[in-house]
Ligand binder design. Sequence first.
Ligand code: FES
Length: 115
Amino acid sequence: MKQHVVCRTDEIKRGHMKAFQVAGRNIVVYHLADGFYATQASCTHVFAPLARGKIVDGCKVQCPFHRARFDIRTGEVIDWANFPVGIQLLNAVRGQKPLTIYKVTVRDGSVRVSI
Ligand code: FES
C-alpha cells in the first residue's frame, strides 16, 4: 500500500465530494465536518457514479440512481436501493454490499490516500 497525493485540502469544500483517478482506481474523496474520507467511486448496486449523488446527514453518500445510502466513514450500507418502486426486484440479484474505503491522511495541506 502506498500513499498518493490526490489534491489540496482547499480543492474540496466542507460538505462536498470529488471524484479522482488514483493508481488506476476510481475513488471519491469527501470533506466532512471531521475530516477527509475516501471510498470507491461506483455504487456497489449497479455501478452508478457516487460523486453525482449527494452527501446526506453529514456522513452518508446517497447514490444518484436508486438512492442506496452508505456510511462514508465505514463503507457500510445504511439503506439499500429503494427507488423507483419496483427496484427491489433487481435487489434479488444485486444484494447489499459495502463500499471499499481507503485510508486518508492530511499533511502539508495535501490530501493523501493509501491504495
Ligand atoms: S446503482 Fe446505486 S443504488 Fe442502484
